[in-house]
Design a binder for this molecule. Structure first.
Ligand code: FE2
Length: 245
């Protein structure tokens, strides 16, 4: 569809056209193929748990996803029209709500979008909210964001932490780099880039270094930070909360 059917802040499932179904199927099928050998085991496991609610067969129905998310760790989807102010975004995370758009990209936008669509928001982000450590990490980021909303510098650092984990995070598993960030998992181009560009750097995750690392939103990343588990990611956020008080 060409316009966001989210004026009422709900998903109008019957508004998806046969073209939307086709594009969704194409995106899921080709990304599944790309991710199977390179995605973190947790991401693939969660994706599998969500089958057939989240699958190539049809665009995801948010009411079905919400049932699964709530049952797992109390999360749900908040339908939004576009980018939210950062304080509202963190406030939603703190309440275990993840924002998603409901529109789907056009065929000529398969590989590049300026604003996230439902494929990015749902296929990229949602599966890992079935993982307790990841879900707790995201909520903790939200809580810290709410607490320090008035401190511009701290919010900037938190946005970097979010960027290099939830959006573009990678993980070391059995000696190999695996991807879990939604910006990678929902992009064939970025998935290839992580493994095929010889200039890409994968550094061990270091909280202070990550919070100092600038990023650009309209290019593929040249530097990624690898965590060794979601439990250690949660521990880093916990440490930050203690440090910042
Ligand atoms: Fe995202």
């Amino acid at each position: 569809m060409t316009t966001a059917p989210s004026d009422t802040q709900i998903q109008r499932y019957d508004a998806y056209t046969s073209t939307d179904y086709r594009i969704w199927r194409l995106l899921v099928q080709r990304q599944l193929k790309a991710l199977k050998p390179v995605a973190a085991a947790e991401y693939l496991h969660c994706l599998n748990e969500l089958y057939p609610i989240l699958s190539a067969e049809h665009p995801p129905r948010f009411s079905d996803l919400n049932r699964a998310l709530r049952e797992a760790h109390g999360w749900s989807i908040e339908v939004v029209k576009g980018f939210l102010p950062v304080d509202e975004f963190f406030a939603l995370l703190a309440r275990r709500r993840f924002c998603s758009s409901t529109w789907l990209r056009r065929e000529d936008q398969l590989d590049y979008l300026e604003e996230p669509d439902m494929f990015h928001d749902i296929f990229g982000h949602i599966p890992l909210y079935l993982n307790a450590d990841y879900a707790n990490f995201a909520q903790k980021l939200g809580e810290i964001g709410v607490k320090h909303a008035a401190d511009e510098e701290k919010i900037k650092q938190l946005q970097r932490l979010y960027w290099f984990t939830i959006e573009f995070g990678v993980m070391r598993q059995e000696g190999e780099t695996k991807v879990y960030g939604a910006g990678i998992c929902s992009s064939r181009q970025e998935t290839r880039h992580v493994f095929e560009n010889p200039d890409v750097e994968v550094l061990p995750f270091d909280l202070d270094q990550v919070m100092k690392q600038n990023f650009v939103i309209d290019k593929v990343q040249m530097r990624y930070f690898a965590v060794d588990s979601f439990a250690s990611l949660f521990a880093a956020a916990d440490e930050l909360e203690t440090r910042w008080g």
